[in-house]
Design a binder for this molecule. Structure first.
Ligand code: SF4
Ligand code: SF4
Length: 476
């Protein structure tokens, strides 16, 4: 950092030529016109790295966990079954999935209203993987300055080796990421063996290759372009901002007029603010913006500039937080309100939706039971003179354990009813079955052409796992 401070004594213009601001680039959308992100150390960086490490470890480990001898999390799209630890969700459990999406969305809205784009800066996979790829780049090609020099010089053996190694490591990381991600949707233990033996399905191989390419392209080449020009969240998140939202901001009143100065010089005499115009906040920014120009949609709230500027303030003997996580109201010297219309509204919606999700899970019956009346034959009379209707019962055991079910039927004011078909069905966890049955009723009890009949199913070992479905019995 001692050296960094000395940079400020160089004419500011020469610094800007090395790290042009976005508006000064020829074409800021071109990956070749990349940003050379400078390494930064500080509280925010330590926190983000630790959080990123934990989240990446979770991502890598979760699909390898087992529950009751099976993969604990398996979102099997082809078989339309989502296994999440002890619960299996079927297409019929769409409401639970809908609650989960809504809870996630409102949690994101609430966090964005309170703390701005912290999702982008600290937890978004795009940011986490971009920082990981930059870390490998730094280890292989050197510091920001060394990387710029390396890119300027013509190809030689050293440059070729460094570039090749960097891209090889990126591809390996991208491949592991893609295989892990696809492992959430197919048996990961099988995938990690079959993929290398080329015995995986074309679907699995295609997905792994696609996500490898996407990870390598997004984190290695696209980087900030994904955040600033492609991600839809970057576009609409500003609608959730207000003057009480915590954002990364530059304290203009304190920092201006900016300018280089000697460390112990009298800034009041020189008429300067606390910003020494060292450009470090720009050089560490993964999206290449200058936060001193005010709140910009490119800012992902990563806080790298906060650490960079705090380091400069420490060296200069000025108070920290010239750039900080703060609110517009706080910068204006006003009180920041946590409880306001937007935050309370999103919070209330989040609590309500979370309660509905929990209730839906608690009262979920892991059994699907449908009754379809045979439409080809309205009714027939059997040898005993009883009137017979034919039904098809469709049963799905949505639990992960084998279950034995008892089947029965009843109707109001009918004392003599015959059930023709199996009265007991055993199904393995996740298994379904079609059971044809006939119901015959003594015509003495039939007093109208169409009457209701109740079909019931109940698990032998757990009476809470039961369903009742009403169908019609026809005699006309
Ligand atoms: S805001 Fe801080 S890091 Fe940025 S140029 Fe000024 S002193 Fe340097
Ligand atoms: S301006 Fe600061 S907080 Fe925003 S993206 Fe750049 S480094 Fe991160």
């Amino acid at each position: 950092m001692e050296q960094n401070i000395e940079v400020q004594n160089a004419p500011p213009k020469s610094v800007r030529i090395q790290q042009p601001e976005p508006s000064q680039r020829d074409n800021k959308y071109a990956p070749s016109n990349g940003i050379y992100v400078r390494e930064v150390k500080g509280r925010v960086e330590t926190f983000r790295r630790s959080l990123g490490f934990v989240l990446m470890a979770l991502f890598l480990v979760l699909p390898w966990l087992t529950w009751n001898g099976e993969q604990a999390i398996l979102l099997n799209i082809l078989d339309q079954r989502f296994r999440i630890f002890g619960m299996t969700l079927w297409p019929q459990d769409l409401t639970i999935l809908a609650w989960i999406f809504m809870v996630s969305a409102f949690a994101l809205f609430l966090v964005t209203t309170l703390y701005g784009r912290v999702w982008c800066g600290f937890t978004c996979p795009q940011t986490a993987w971009t920082f990981l790829f930059i870390w490998f780049e730094r280890k292989i090609e050197g510091s920001r300055h060394q990387r710029m020099k390396l890119d300027e010089r013509p190809m030689d053996a050293d440059k070729f080796l460094r570039k090749s190694l960097k891209h090889f490591v990126w591809i390996v990381v991208a491949l592991i990421t893609a295989m892990t991600f696809v492992g959430y949707f197919t048996e990961i233990r099988v995938l990690f063996i079959d993929f290398w033996l080329l015995e995986s399905s074309a679907w699995a191989i295609g997905c792994v290759l696609f996500f490898t390419f996407a990870t390598y392209g997004n984190a290695g080449w696209m980087r900030e372009i994904m955040c600033t020009h492609i991600c839809p969240y970057a576009r609409f998140q500003s609608a959730m901002f207000d003057k009480d939202t915590f954002i990364v901001a530059y304290d203009e009143k304190r920092g201006e007029p900016r300018g280089p100065r000697k460390r112990k010089s009298d800034i009041e005499e020189q008429g300067l603010g606390h910003c020494v115009d060292c450009q470090l906040c720009v050089q560490v920014c993964p999206t290449g913006i200058d936060i001193r120009n005010g709140l910009q949609y490119e800012c992902i709230n990563c806080g790298a500039c906060v650490d960079a500027c705090d380091g400069v303030m420490d060296k200069m003997g000025y108070p920290r937080k010239l750039i900080s996580f703060t609110t517009e109201h706080r910068l204006e010297g006003k009180q920041t309100k946590i409880f306001r219309f937007k935050s309370v509204g999103y919070g209330a919606a989040l609590i309500l939706l979370s309660a509905l999700l929990v209730l839906d899970i608690l009262f979920r019956v892991p059994l699907e039971f449908d009754v379809i009346r045979d439409r080809n034959t309205l009714y027939r009379e059997n040898q005993e003179g009883f009137i017979e209707n034919v039904y098809t019962l469709r049963i799905i055991n949505k639990s992960q354990q084998a279950q034995r079910f008892i089947l029965s039927a009843s109707a109001d004011d009918v004392e003599d009813m015959q059930w023709m078909g199996p009265t007991e069905v055993s199904l393995a966890g996740g298994e379904s079955d079609i059971v044809p049955v006939s119901i015959a009723i003594d015509p003495y009890f039939i007093n109208r052409p169409m009457m209701s009949i109740r079909f019931e199913i109940e698990a032998v070992d757990d009476s809470r796992v039961s369903r009742q479905v009403t169908s019609n019995f026809i005699y006309q």
